[in-house]
Design a protein around this ligand. Structure first.
Ligand code: NAP
Ligand code: F7E
Length: 337
């Protein structure tokens, strides 16, 4: 039985990846932070599904900033595959907390990479780093691919660039099977509530439930290449099944504005978003990336990967799940599950 270790298993992607690997027959180990309230909401259904003699999901306390703990976990578990998804992943928060973000996003990635290199033979382990299209920033080149020059435009992106180069370096210097998944935005009903898509679908459901009257947002003209997280975790795994490590852009190749997302989400329940949305200047970032659009030809050719979920299907799934969270029947709005 193959063993995988996931840092960031309690996040959106970590929970989908854990499900994916468990279905493939892996023993999955996850690193979770101690929290005074639970942080395993996205995993509870998986944990509860396990029968006692089939406990293939194991959670270990740890923090990506704590190298001694990472050394111990990697040394004891001896995983075949290590996925580093742990991050302070909110761009706007990274402007407020740049030092902490760098500790987690940049140094955290290097710490787990070093724990892998020093504990495990390069023949036996494969490493995945959650890199982001944010490394391209406001690029002059569109669409962006693996050759696009890096131009990070926020502290989070600067941290991801540091990690990106270290993964490449560990591949070249030590022969480690290490890959950067350069993922463009990916969303789902499990998306954190302060990212724009989930903020919109959750806000819409709260308006319909009569709990809120308005939804406050920032830059509505920003364009993002939005895919579904469930599709993107498959690409992470595929990268680690290749004979050599490498860097791959994962994207849909379609870019939409925040306004487009509002139109589709509110349109699904026959509302006009302009009646409900107000701009809050506090939500405008010191620098925002105007537009992302990815060219994932390399992944499509070499990994045989392509996205399965359309923009409309993604938005629809998120709206339905947030209506249900508010105790509203999607049927009432003509939305069949
Ligand atoms: P997410 O929902 O914010 O999850 C982040 C995970 O990292 C959570 O499990 C979080 O734990 C954990 N974490 C944060 N700080 C940590 C620390 N100090 N020690 C250990 N764990 C820590 O992010 P996501 O959307 O799943 O994204 C997964 C990864 O892909 C991240 O590295 C992100 O930067 C990157 N990425 C995301 C996207 C996207 O569009 N979603 C695109 C490109 C790259 P808690 O649950 O305890 O907070
Ligand atoms: O913003 C605009 C905002 O926070 C998208 C992370 O997963 O993807 C994510 O980063 C756009 C931006 O995602 C609000 O200014 C308008 O232009 O959902 P977001 P992000 O910043 O693109 C990348 C690939 C990652 O790697 C990151 O980890 O929407 N926007 N109004 C808003 N954004 C937020 N959050 N909240 C608003 O009210």
């Amino acid at each position: 039985m193959k063993k995988a270790l996931i840092a960031g298993i309690t996040g959106q992607d970590g929970s989908y990846l854990a499900e994916f690997l468990l279905k493939k027959g892996y023993q999955v180990h996850g690193i979770i932070r101690r929290s005074s309230l639970g942080n395993t909401k996205r995993l509870d259904h998986v944990v509860q599904n396990q029968t006692l003699d089939e406990r293939n999901l194991m959670l270990h306390y740890g923090d990506i900033t704590d190298s001694s703990r990472l050394e111990k976990l990697v040394g004891n578990i001896r995983p075949d595959e290590v996925y580093n998804l742990a991050a302070q992943s909110h761009v706007q928060v990274s402007f407020n907390e740049p030092i902490y973000t760098a500790d987690v996003v940049a140094c955290g990635a290097l710490k787990i990479l070093e724990a892998v290199r020093s504990n495990l033979g390069r023949e036996t382990v494969r490493f995945y780093q959650a890199t982001s299209c944010e490394i391209f920033g406001n690029s002059k080149i569109s669409p962006q691919n693996e050759e696009t020059p890096l131009h990070p435009d926020n502290p989070y992106a600067c941290g991801k660039v540091f990690a990106f180069h270290n993964v490449r370096l560990y591949r070249d210097a030590y022969g480690l099977h290490a890959s950067n998944g350069i993922l463009f935005n990916h969303e789902s009903p499990r998306r954190g509530e302060t990212f724009v898509t989930r903020k919109i679908t959750r806000g819409l459901a709260q308006i319909l439930a009569g709990k809120e009257e308005k939804l406050f947002l920032g830059n509505l003209d920003a364009k993002r290449d939005w895919g579904h997280a469930r599709d993107y975790v498959e690409a992470m795994w595929l990268m680690l099944q290749q004979p050599l490590g490498g860097d791959y852009v994962i994207a849909t190749g379609e870019s939409k504005t925040v306004k487009n997302f509002l139109e589709v989400a509110f349109g699904l329940v026959d509302l006009n978003w302009q009646d409900y949305v107000e701009i809050d200047p506090k939500l405008i970032r010191p620098v925002d990336v105007d537009s992302f659009i990815g060219d994932s030809s390399r992944a499509r050719t070499m990994l045989g990967w392509s996205p399965r979920t359309s923009f409309l299907e993604l938005t629809r799934e998120m709206v339905i799940r947030d209506l249900q969270e508010e105790g509203l029947s999607p049927d009432r709005y003509g939305l069949k599950i």
